[in-house]
Design a protein around this ligand. Structure first.
Ligand code: NAD
Length: 510
């Protein structure tokens, strides 16, 4: 594998902190350890060094956090605060995130293994979401009905849904919590937040910044720890009104069942097996670059990973060759080095899972054109995986249907547009999809027919605060971002008002 571009651990200019980051729970405005003193550690998946020591929440801490969020919501001070007041705090948060970008990004990189430049961009993107949510807080309104008759006025209020449990994954820890929390706060909700046990610390920093921004105690509570028991209690407790979850489809399914007993609203952002269809008239250079970005960004540990391409058979060899050539030039290596574009895999267990998919595909007859194994990078002890391109993949193989969550691209081929669409839709997932063609009709027809929450035409993985994001099929339910992202956290309440006496009496008095 000497022909790859590898970045060893040296000359990064950024030191790993000598002392680990200490994380506590934030419950009702107070930072606290667990009552039983339990804790857990996180080591850098790239370097092996101890990065953080966190309190490990149990049932008691989770219930205390939910109780605080419930009490503060029911008190009404926050829920009935003006949009202006809430926006002021959200805007202050955005500024504080910007001011603390480098500190947050460093911890994010060290816990997740992602490149430092990407972590910085992610923190900047998160600040933008807090700003956007502030705008929504100012413009939130319902409807009025002035055409119900002379004696009746109808008002549709948008009210905060209540206490929201926010459960997040490890792949974009700071960004994903920022796709949820500022929108929930803009709506007037209170929240309990649980980051992944693999990346807890930047959510703790978020809590510290919320306090600096002047958020009242108990509006946002943070509990660190594992899915069982913290996430499980957050999904079942009867004082919680809604669960907003991002993570795997398997856990999403469990959450729907757990939340069913109390009929909580559940919004889910889950996995994907996102296809890009490349027609023969596409701009092949642009497609090859975007496909390379789409599969290696965040080491493929991305719900939007463009992990399978469906290419017209006439151009499949040429396009695959271009992708392989580009793949060799993508710098894999030390996440602390600003030159690195792909960092470490989140854990050695996950590295083994990725490798299992590749080995199974090979055994089933697929052709590994590039990579296909673990990657060693000099002076780094952590888990890395080679950029991997697999051709001759057929629709029945697990690698064509299941989320690999690694830097692994599957190449399938098609003969006619109907076959391309059928292959694209042949997955339980429906998060995102892409189409490459110079013919606008080809693109529009595909965009309308493909089963996905987001479709990119002649591009891949752009995202905007203004545009809603979410999946269909087993990729989720509900939407984040845009105005829809706020609506998720709002309940509709109808108020019907009699104007004057109006109606004939129901009881006909003599
Ligand atoms: P995961 O499902 O293993 O864990 C997500 C969170 O759920 C973690 O905080 C975990 O502690 C918690 N959890 C675990 N068991 C639980 C339970 N029984 N009840 C409640 N909470 C529980 O996912 P992950 O490995 O952290 O993240 C990777 C997955 O997330 C991938 O499938 C990826 O596609 C998905 N994802 C989706 C989006 C999206 O927007 N659609 C974005 C990012 C990640």
């Amino acid at each position: 594998m000497t022909e790859l571009t590898l970045i060893p651990a040296k000359d990064t200019g950024t030191a790993i902190p000598a002392e680990p980051f200490i994380g506590q729970h934030l419950i009702d405005g107070v930072w606290t350890d667990s009552a039983d003193g339990a804790g857990f550690d996180r080591n850098s998946p790239a370097h092996g060094d101890l990065i953080s020591r966190s309190a490990k929440g149990g049932v008691a801490e989770t219930e205390a956090a939910i109780t605080a969020a419930r009490r503060v919501f029911d008190l009404g001070d926050w829920a009935f605060s003006s949009g202006q007041a809430r926006a002021k705090i959200l805007l202050k948060m955005a500024d504080l995130i910007d001011e603390n970008r480098d500190h947050i990004a460093l911890i994010e990189t060290l816990e997740s293994g992602k490149p430092i430049t990407q972590a910085k961009a992610e923190i900047e993107g998160a600040a933008d979401l807090w700003r956007y949510a502030a705008a929504l807080a100012r413009t939130l309104h319902g409807d009025s009905h002035n055409s119900l008759g002379a004696d009746m006025l109808g008002v549709v209020l948008k009210a905060p849904i209540g206490v929201v449990s926010i459960i997040c994954p490890w792949n974009f820890p700071f960004l994903i919590v920022s796709q949820k929390l500022p929108f929930a706060l803009a709506a007037g909700c209170t929240a309990v937040v649980k980051p992944s046990e693999l990346t807890p610390s930047t959510t703790v920093i978020l809590g510290q910044l919320l306090q600096q921004a002047g958020l009242p105690a108990g509006v946002v509570n943070i509990v660190l720890g594992h899915g069982d028991p913290v996430g499980a209690v957050m999904s079942t407790h009867d004082a919680v009104d809604m669960v907003s979850f991002t993570g795997s489809t398997a856990i999403g399914r469990q959450i729907v069942k757990a939340a069913g007993d109390t009929l909580k609203k559940v919004s889910l952002e889950l996995g994907g097996k996102n296809p890009q269809v490349v027609f023969p008239d596409a701009d092949i250079e642009a497609a090859a670059d975007a496909i390379t970005f789409g599969v290696y960004f965040n080491a493929g540990e991305c719900c939007n990973s463009g992990s399978r391409i469906i290419v017209h058979e006439d151009i499949a060899e040429a396009l695959t060759a271009k992708i392989v050539a580009l793949s060799r030039q993508v710098p894999f290596g030390d996440p602390l080095n600003p030159a690195t574009q792909v960092g470490a895999i989140i854990s050695s267990d996950h590295q083994a899972r990725i490798d299992g998919y590749v080995k199974d595909a090979r055994a089933e007859g697929a052709r590994v054109v590039l990579g296909g194994d673990r990657l060693s990078i000099s002076s780094l002890t952590g888990a890395f995986y080679q950029p991997t391109v697999i051709a001759d993949v057929t629709a029945n193989m697990a690698i064509a249907k299941e989320e690999v969550f690694g830097p692994v691209l599957s190449v399938l081929t098609f003969r006619d547009p109907g076959e391309a669409l059928a292959l694209a839709n042949d997955a339980a997932y429906g998060l995102s999809a892409g189409v490459w063609s110079r013919n606008v009709h080809t693109c529009l027809d595909f965009a309308r027919r493909v089963q996905a929450g987001t479709v990119w035409t002649n591009t891949w993985m752009d995202g905007f605060a203004e545009l809603p994001f979410g999946g269909v099929k087993q990729s989720g339910q509900g939407r984040e971002l845009g105005r829809y992202g706020l609506e998720e956290f709002l309940e509709v309440k109808t108020v019907q008002m009699r104007v004057n006496r109006g109606r004939d009496p129901w009881v006909k008095t003599r």
